[in-house]
Design a protein around this ligand. Structure first.
Ligand code: UDP
Length: 311
């Protein structure tokens, strides 16, 4: 098949492109390199079945003969998406519309949207099932991303109802692994790099907030299963690892895996609207996709630490 991956040079996108190439597909990776990095593509850039296009997802998309589109284009770490919040919102919403129109031009091909656990905001229901509508601040610093992704889900559903487009919506919970940008400010990359450099480990707030971390290979498996499911299942479906940790526990876990580190934990102010807890209910993914994460957090962290050691 000929598959377009927008945001394909990003952390998750690069793993997805690699996986699709390994299955024998022709892959077009579209990325404006705003947060995506060409270095993430070094292992696949010379593959004859791979094409890289340096382009913004909101500009006209003129690809023909496509069979599938995975839409991942959007800055995703809080510091990255808040740097230019207007651009983030436009990427999420106008990019989505552009991708859906491209699907129509290609005969109404399946589109998978990388949505996010952020659609649940600071959740009042725990763990979060897909039926929960969320608790999102529409006017805060995280809103460009949270509301942008919610609007993208809305327009997906409207294209589905209006044009019968075969859509797939996944809600991605915190994900980590090789190819994360060491500078994008996410907790796993920050803690590992701080530990490797003997720098203070920066816990925001008191460190009692929780997150659930899935290794990137588990996510990619879930994405491809969702795209290719033959039941016409459109989602939304949560993809995440339900093992939940406080940020304090995560810091301690990482320090244990880097025993030579001389880093000490320090506490910094909590960013505004930082969700207090987050954990996916993955019953739906188990039921409809026979999917659940298989990589243990220690193993995934070890592989990620190895990656950051090579940089
Ligand atoms: N966090 C932290 N120290 C850091 C970076 C992040 O304590 O150096 C916290 C952050 O406040 C949040 C959690 O870790 O509660 C996850 O942050 P991340 O930016 O990775 O993703 P989020 O789930 O907030 O989008």
């Amino acid at each position: 098949m000929k598959i377009l991956v927008t945001g394909g040079a990003g952390f998750i996108g690069s793993h997805l492109c690699t996986r699709l190439l390994s299955e024998g597909h022709d892959v077009i990776c579209l990325d404006n390199l705003y947060t995506g990095r060409e270095s993430n593509l070094s292992a696949i850039k010379d593959n004859p079945h791979f094409t890289f296009v340096n382009q913004d997802v909101t500009s006209p998309l003129n690809f023909t003969g496509l069979d599938r589109i995975y839409n991942l284009a959007c800055p995703a770490s809080p510091p990255a998406y808040q740097k230019d919040s207007i651009f983030t919102f436009k990427t999420s919403v106008l990019g989505m519309i552009n991708v859906l129109d491209l699907s129509l031009k290609n005969g109404g091909i399946p589109v998978l949207q990388a949505s996010t656990s952020e659609v649940y905001g600071d959740p009042a229901v725990h763990p979060q099932p897909e039926t929960y509508w969320g608790n999102v601040n529409p006017i805060g610093f995280r809103s460009c991303y949270d509301e942008g992704k919610r609007a993208a889900e809305t327009i997906m559903m409207d294209y589905h109802r209006t044009h019968l487009l075969p859509i797939r919506i996944i809600r991605i919970f915190n994900t980590y692994g090789p190819n994360m940008d060491p500078k994008d400010g996410r907790v796993v990359s920050n803690f590992i790099n701080q530990a490797l450099q003997n720098a203070p480990i920066t816990i925001y707030g008191e460190g009692n907030q929780t997150r659930s971390f899935q290794f990137v290979s588990d996510l990619v498996e879930g994405m491809t299963r969702m795209m290719e499911n033959d039941q016409g299942f459109i989602g939304p479906v949560n993809l995440g690892n339900p093992e939940e940790y406080t940020m304090k526990e995560l810091a301690e876990k990482i320090l244990k895996l880097i025993p030579e580190s001389k880093s000490k934990i320090i506490y910094e102010p909590l960013p505004s609207d930082d969700p207090k807890q987050r954990k996916p209910d993955i019953a739906l993914a188990k039921d409809r996709l026979s999917w659940e994460p298989v990589v243990k957090v220690e193993d995934g962290l070890k592989e990620t630490i190895q990656y950051f050691k090579t940089l």
